[in-house]
Write a protein that binds this ligand. Sequence first.
Ligand code: PMP
Length: 364
Amino acid sequence: MHVRENIKTLLPYVPGKPIEELERELGLKEIIKLASNENPLGASPKGLEAAKKALTGIHLYPDGSGYHLTGAIAERHGVARPQVVLGNGSNEVIEIAARTFLAPGDEAIYSRHAFIVYPLICKAIGATGIEVPPLPDLGHDLEGIAAAVTSKTRFIFLANPNNPTGTMFPQSAWKKFLGRVPADIPILVDEAYAEYVTDPDYPDPWKDLAAGRNLIITRTFSKIFGLAGLRIGYAVSTPEISDLMNRVRPPFNANTVAQAAALAALSDEDFVRRSREVNVRGLRYLRAHLEKLGLKVTPSWGNFILAGLGRPAGSVYEALLRKGVIARPVGVYDLPNHLRITVGTQEEIETLVKALSAVLGTGA
Ligand code: PMP
């Protein structure tokens, strides 16, 4: 059997450890998972209700066009329905976008420490991923990314805020960047954590998309809407790009239950507001307490925070596991001395801080 070299050497995406697995391994109860940037308040109640109702229809194929959901998303963002592309999580629309534009040998650019799916998908396609060093705060260096453009560049990935660093690039850097990058290169702006951002400097690529720029903006229902297990996300792009992406999109990729839940969750403003408030308070608490423990904290605009331990994170991660707390080691992101911690409920993050304090105190 002939297996392509780029597939043979592809490393699989490693998800956060599931709670059940840790329960089985260590016989622990009351485990806290702060490893996958999930919503600690659970699912949007409106979304959950709609999901239950939609179960009666699962003997039928989903609406392949996602009529109601794409309509609601289009209305929310002030775009036309055909500009919306649904995905099995935003992960899938990111992959669809990349596969729409990249062929083996093409170059795609992203930042070092950017969301790991960008290098993974480039490798799977056989495209050359060009990794640009980050700014000193670990954020995307948009000037560096613009300078890395060559005649072979066919795609640029940006995450704002980025995972796992939590960093945000501001409107001023974004505007300069757009001025420097040739307009025919599609730029994907991954806004998985956008709803958490309260900073007035957060860029507005939606205006640039409306002005006709070749952008693909991706969003998800996995984070602030609390629907990670249903797998539903979307991209909004120009009519031309969305049409191309819809040709690449697998049939029925957004399932019935997910479409119904997402539609209801989209208008669950109360839940979104509460989730944002819990996150703002949690981020502040975590940052202050992690700094008190002597850790180097990267300011975050997401629902998680990156903590630099100043030494390899493996033993600290393991010791936390034994105390029933799952954090996320980020060695695969070239950050072997860091842990990423999701903002849980106040109770959960207090438990994490206590556990971490004990672990660091014992020199684990
Ligand atoms: N983009 C970023 C930056 C993320 O952190 C994630 C989730 N880990 C995703 C996209 C994909 O999320 P989903 O497929 O659940 O929408």
